[in-house]
Write a protein that binds this ligand. Sequence first.
Ligand code: 5BU
Length: 259
Amino acid sequence: MKTHKRLSYTERAALCTNRMAQQLFSLLSEKETNLALSADVTSCGALLELADKLGPEICILKTHVDILTDFTVGATQELIKLARKHQFLIFEDRKFADIGNTVKHQYQGGIYHIADWADIVNAHSLPGPGVISGLAEAGLSKQRGLLLLAEMSSAGNLINSDYTQKTLRMAEQFPEFVLGFIAQKKIANDPWWLYMTPGVQLTEGKDTLGQHYVTPARAIQENESDIIIVGRGILQAKDPLVETKKYRQAGWDSYRSAL
Ligand code: 5BU
């Protein structure tokens, strides 16, 4: 039986020193949604349409900019406008995983200029703290935030509990820049870390390529994560807006009943 009381998002916002975590915890509580949409589509038109239609229901829109076949900088400017209009943050799921100098270029330069439009990005801790320092050099002055991958949702991944705990130790060295983790469950007792969980659908199961799904209730209530990330559960539904509302409700109810 759990003896500790779960803190609300508002209480957690007050305990954060990381500005992006503060902003996001406040957003969750004000907008009453802990749903992140994984907008895994391959055209800018489809991405912007989803952002406009589903934006009112979500706290975060997660992108994979490198699967867009018709990327333009203009599309990212439109996406920022929609993020402001509907009050969500943009998270580019880039999973940086190289030496600091390289990731800095990948983050701020190239074709995508990710640091110019993504509020949040993520990185593997595998290369060591240099990956965070490199990203921080490009992101901190723009008031961006970083999530570290502490766990993955895919079957057979090589992350073990030692790796997860070492990832936490690494995050602790960068409290200004790292706001939390991509994980399947809460990994530390400190209330200021924010957790986002991918691999979520309304029924547990898997896909044909190793993805493993848990329900919103398992992610939020049982595993004490903060935000559910949903892609195909919504994108492949007959009516994505109806489905988004179902996930929003399920995520929010799980949070409320855990308090
Ligand atoms: P799905 O369609 O809900 O399975 O999409 C999940 C998304 O989350 C997809 O964009 C993945 O790249 C992303 N993801 C994941 O599924 N599992 C992980 O451990 C991480 C990211 Br990190």
